[in-house]
Design a protein around this ligand. Structure first.
Ligand code: CMC
Length: 428
């Protein structure tokens, strides 16, 4: 293939270089398009055909169902690694040595206290507030308590901001859940592993010892790893674009949390479980809901189905489906919701509407069932997604800053009124 793309507009022809990635993906480099064509731009709502950056963090092939973080296949990481090692690899590029991992964990523990005044902000929220809104606000508020996290010009400054947020975010997650349940807040336990401490922060009761269930710990490790990064999705692009203005790390992450909240993105895991519960309450008639999903006059969508990039299968969904079976089995939970989910999946896989549109179960279709078996409230599911995505957002933000990417500022084609003149109020 030639390494030039030719564009013909009227009588004028232009040439643009092609950019090739290490996995042979090809893009047309149009950086000079507007200048050489005297103002012509591209338009691509939803960025379905637009690469916003070159990135060395995550590779995914939607047709083949491949997902790799820093080159490591997701299947291997989910089976063999723990979440902290994967976080390190995502952020810094390679799996850590034992020494690097120990230092990373020690640095995180060092910063695991959250200023007591943050509790006052939390207390001001109504108990019924959605945890994602609370988490986004508290993450942003952390900047006020850690002003140095804004100055992230050097790698060292970045490192300090990174270990601080990795330390404090699980505390905020635990507090957010405990507040909504009327439970006392705690600060975790330094002697625990990173993921064990998350469970302790969420589930420790004031009047008894917390006994760690290894099945739950392993399941959480796996779920967090599977959510670790997913290249330029909605929330990640939001973090990168907010960070491109050189606002600090915590403020950038807070925008990502808000973007993740929506039901078409991370909020789908909560929406899936609510949908499955609604089908159950309605007598378990999955065919009725299939018909609703296909009906173009009905806004209902089968939550947990379809993906912008995966058009064959979502490799994360395969791993999660197996994990859901194992976890429920190991915990001795017989959840009728799992049966409804499996029934719905089977119908969808044989239904021409879904087959033609290449709609398959995504990562969120089965994750809620595991979270539920772990005792995590439904409105906390998206918060768990955020916890898993945190290292991915950090890695993408760090890459964007180290690459010195310009401020994100898309163009538009204006389709509004042409010039018109002001009319006095009494004459309108
Ligand atoms: N149920 C019914 N129809 C669907 C669904 C669905 N879940 N998803 C897509 N379609 C149809 C859609 O109506 C359209 O039909 P037509 O061509 O006749 O107009 C066609 O499939 C293509 O859909 P699209 O909305 O153009 O596709 P997209 O790439 O813009 O959207 C999506 C991807 C994930 C937003 C969408 O599939 C969806 O809304 N799924 C349900 C929500 C969900 O599970 N989101 C979690 C995504 S994975 C977690 C994450 O990383 O965020």
């Amino acid at each position: 293939m030639s390494d030039i793309a030719k564009l013909q507009i009227g009588d004028n022809s232009y040439e643009f270089p092609l950019v090739k990635g290490t996995e042979n993906e090809v893009a047309i480099d149009i950086k000079k398009l507007r200048v050489v064509t005297n103002g012509i731009i591209t338009i691509d709502p939803g960025f379905k055909n637009t690469g916003s950056c070159e990135s060395a963090i995550t590779f995914l092939d939607g047709e083949k169902g491949i997902l790799r973080y820093r080159g490591y296949p997701i299947e291997e990481l989910a089976e063999k690694a723990d979440f902290l090692e994967v976080s390190y690899a995502l952020i810094f590029g390679n799996l850590p040595t034992k020494q690097e991992l120990d230092k990373f964990h020690a640095d995180i523990k060092e910063h695991s206290l959250v200023d007591d005044d943050v509790r006052k902000i939390l207390e001001a929220f109504p108990k019924a507030a959605h945890p994602m809104g609370v988490l986004a606000s508290l993450t942003s508020a952390l900047t006020a308590f850690n002003p140095s996290s804004v100055n992230t010009a050097s790698k060292e400054d970045m490192y300090h901001a990174i270990v601080r947020i990795l330390a404090k975010f699980p505390v905020l997650v635990g507090w957010t859940m405990r507040k909504s349940k009327g439970l006392h807040l705690n600060y975790g336990k330094k002697s625990l592993g990173y993921v064990e401490n998350i469970l302790y922060l969420m589930f420790k009761q004031p009047n008894e010892e917390y006994v760690m269930n290894p099945i739950i710990k392993d399941a959480l490790d796996k779920l967090l790893i599977l959510h670790g990064d997913h290249e330029q999705n909605c929330s990640t692009s939001t973090v990168r674009i907010a960070g491109s203005s050189h606002v600090g790390l915590f403020a950038s992450l807070s925008t990502g949390i808000s973007a993740l909240w929506g039901p078409l993105h991370g909020g789908a895991n909560q929406a899936v479980l609510e949908m499955l519960e609604a089908i159950q309450a309605d007598g378990g008639d999955t065919k009725k809901y299939m018909a609703k999903a296909k009906d173009k006059n009905d806004p209902f969508r089968l939550m947990g189905f379809g993906h912008r990039v995966y058009k064959n299968f979502d490799p994360r969904a395969k791993i999660i489906k197996k994990a859901a079976d194992e976890v429920l089995n190991d915990l001795g939970v017989d959840d009728p919701i799992l049966k409804i989910a499996k029934g719905l999946e089977q119908e969808a896989l044989n239904e021409p509407y879904f087959v033609e549109r290449k709609l398959y179960p995504n990562v969120d279709f089965y994750s809620g069932i595991i979270y539920r078996a772990m005792g995590i409230p439904t409105d906390m599911f998206t918060v768990m997604f955020a916890l898993g995505r945190l290292p991915g957002w950090i890695a993408q933000w760090r890459e964007m800053r180290l690459n010195k990417e310009p401020i994100g500022r898309p163009r538009q084609i204006y389709i509004g009124e042409t010039e018109r003149h002001f009319v006095e109020l009494d004459k309108r």
